[in-house]
Design a binder for this molecule. Structure first.
Ligand code: SAM
Ligand code: SF4
Length: 349
């Protein structure tokens, strides 16, 4: 069953997969997808931006960086009740995973973090998976999130190590890996992926997949975002990514990390239903949906709950239940010791 599970994919091997003739690539990815997952299921997630904008970081794609003039509504940390109410409505609409995102560089040990911990507890009590994306975390903060019942922590590597400083200069790739290692020392599962369309080369995409697939265990969740071009950011006029490149990226991700949930994330709003069907065939098994057609900020749109219900119905797909413990596709996260992290995540420990 687990013959395809490897943590030592080389750059050349991943490149060979990425360059496979398109139809053969989809066939291989779909075959692996069926071996590890129920292909009739898609998980529906909802991102709630609990603190929006005014971020000190300079991520060149981001509508929330204070350095760029973008059309977003800057808002302070939301009250707990409002977050729980939004999550409750999301659940009513089929959402089984709620992601709480804050435009922070890092978590600080203050009353705001206490409020986020409260949100984690109360949204978890609704019976959905809760994921947080709050920026950099210390080991102690990861443990406090674990104690609050957090299911997943999102921290995208975004692109390759080599291209990272063309996109972000206010933190390093190593900083990113260090936070992921801190999460891996707890039972909180890891959500980490990236963005295509940042002006990166195919080798950068492959290098990013090599980084992610070298983690043992693999991230339980891998979002593949297509850049949502935000007016006012340095990447506002980046060249379009073809849907075939997106499908290639999803298929390659599915093949090198067969057990992970592959999330078709930002950029889906621009895709036709048939483009999305191709992504599901190639191994994507999660989408983000929203009542107000906003995925992150109004500059990063998504489909509405109703549009997505219609899409899934048309494709005869069902909504994946939360906390699914399908033995082939999921595993109980086992916290790694500091020594194991140091030996398996070179230069991070
Ligand atoms: N501040 C936190 C951080 O950077 O980790 C969380 C904020 S943000 C929700 C997390 C992710 O959203 C980013 O790592 C990036 O991959 C994705 N994202 C943000 N803006 C995007 C855009 N314009 N297009 C595509 N993906 C985007
Ligand atoms: Fe800030 Fe996160 Fe946006 Fe970067 S991606 S500017 S860290 S909110």
């Amino acid at each position: 069953m687990h013959d395809d599970l490897r943590y030592d994919w080389t750059h050349d091997q991943i490149r060979e997969i990425y360059e496979t003739p398109f139809m053969d690539l989809i066939h291989r990815a779909a075959t692996i997808h069926r071996r590890y997952h129920d292909p009739s299921e898609v998980q529906v997630c909802k991102l709630i931006s609990i603190k929006t904008g005014a971020c000190p970081e300079d991520c060149k794609y981001c509508s929330q960086s204070a350095r760029y003039k973008t059309e977003i509504d800057v808002t302070p940390l939301m009250p707990v009740d409002e977050v729980v109410e939004t999550a409750r409505r999301a659940k009513e609409n089929g959402v089984t995973r709620v992601c709480l995102g804050a435009a922070w560089r890092q978590v600080k040990d203050n009353h705001q973090f206490d409020r986020v911990l409260d949100m984690v507890r109360q949204v978890t009590d609704l019976g959905v998976e809760v994921c947080c994306t709050l920026g950099m975390l210390t080991e102690d903060q990861a443990q406090r999130l674990e104690q609050a019942g957090l299911h997943a922590y999102n921290h995208n590597v975004d692109t390759s190590n080599e291209y990272y400083d063309k996109i972000i200069t206010t933190r390093t790739y190593q900083d990113r890996l260090r936070t992921l290692a801190n999460v891996r020392k707890t039972r909180v599962t890891i959500c980490s992926g990236g963005i295509i369309g940042l002006g990166e080369t195919e080798d950068d995409r492959i290098s990013m997949l090599k980084t992610l697939s070298s983690f043992n265990p693999h991230p339980e969740s891998v979002p593949i975002n297509v850049l949502a071009k935000v007016p006012g950011t340095p990447l506002a006029d980046a060249p379009d990514v073809s849907v075939f490149d997106t499908v290639r990226m999803i298929a390659t991700t599915r093949i090198v990390m067969p057990r992970s949930v592959v999330r078709l994330s930002a950029g889906r709003a621009k895709m036709s239903p048939s483009d999305q069907a191709l992504c599901f065939l190639a191994g994507a098994n999660s989408i983000f949906s929203s009542e107000a057609k906003i995925m992150l900020t109004k500059a990063v749109p998504s489909q509405s709950y109703d549009e997505d219900k219609a899409l899934l119905q048309q494709l005869d797909l069902k909504i994946r239940k939360p906390f699914k413990t399908d033995p082939a596709s999921c595993h109980e996260p086992v916290p790694l010791s500091s020594e194991t992290v140091s030996s398996k995540w070179p230069g991070v420990g």
